[in-house]
Design a protein around this ligand. Structure first.
Ligand code: DX5
Ligand code: ZN
Length: 214
């Protein structure tokens, strides 16, 4: 699969309606929503009011990326606000099962995420329980960072683990994705690429999304 999920974090926040229209009319597959709490990551982005305003307008599936502590407290509300998928960080919880269950119970797709410094092996016990795994290709917290090259090796490592375990959740990559690395990431085995700056910073976002898919 070759899907592109533009990240709203890089949109013009004075004109979120325009951003949604652009996404609706583009060949973007999903819209990625970065939720930050200022505790798990050193930044605060946006939360329920923004998501609730966007959900009725956006015709693309909403891919929620929680960069928060205690995702078990908030996951249900993001599901109810219209999420297609809800992901949270493995390193933010002691045991992901409770949060995964909350998300699954609402009929929403589950995703487990890890930062670039977390051993991919730590995902192994959870591969069978999730719809998607998100490997961060920058440290969570900010848009516009430089892509970390060792991500390719981490994708191969993750695919090995998936083959050994016999489960194949989708692989999502997030951070510093652009037209220079998209093809290589898909070739390495990524299914979904998140791109903020590369899409919303472009003069012609739809063209950039198309180029990333090719
Ligand atoms: C980083 C976020 C990313 C970010 C991607 O914490 O999870 O989704 O918005 O932005 P770019 O594509 O600019 O790196
Ligand atoms: Zn993200």
């Amino acid at each position: 699969m070759k899907l592109i999920a533009p990240s709203l974090l890089a949109a013009d926040f004075l004109n979120l309606g325009n951003a949604c229209n652009m996404i609706n009319n583009s060949c973007a597959d999903w819209l990625h929503l970065d939720i930050m709490d200022g505790i798990f990551v050193p930044n605060i982005s946006f939360g329920f009011p923004v998501m609730e305003a966007i959900a009725p307008v956006c015709r693309k599936p909403l891919d929620v990326h929680l960069m928060i502590t205690h995702p078990e407290k908030y996951a249900q509300r993001f599901c109810d606000a219209g999420a297609y998928s809800v992901g949270f960080h493995l390193e933010a919880v002691e045991n992901p099962d409770e949060t995964l269950q909350i998300i699954r119970k609402r009929g929403v797709h589950t995703c487990l995420t890890i930062n670039p410094d977390i051993d991919v092996e730590r995902l192994r016990p959870h591969i069978s329980k999730v719809d998607m795994v998100l490997l961060m290709s920058v440290f969570a917290g900010y848009g516009g960072q430089k892509f970390i090259e060792k991500t390719y090796d981490r994708i191969y490592q993750l695919r090995n683990i998936m083959n050994q375990e016999g489960f194949h959740p989708m692989i999502e990559i997030d951070g510093g994705v652009n037209t220079n690395n998209a093809a290589k990431l898909f070739d390495a085995g990524a299914d979904i690429l998140v791109a903020g700056t590369a899409v919303f910073g472009a003069e012609n976002p739809d063209q950039i999304i198309r180029m990333m898919k090719q």
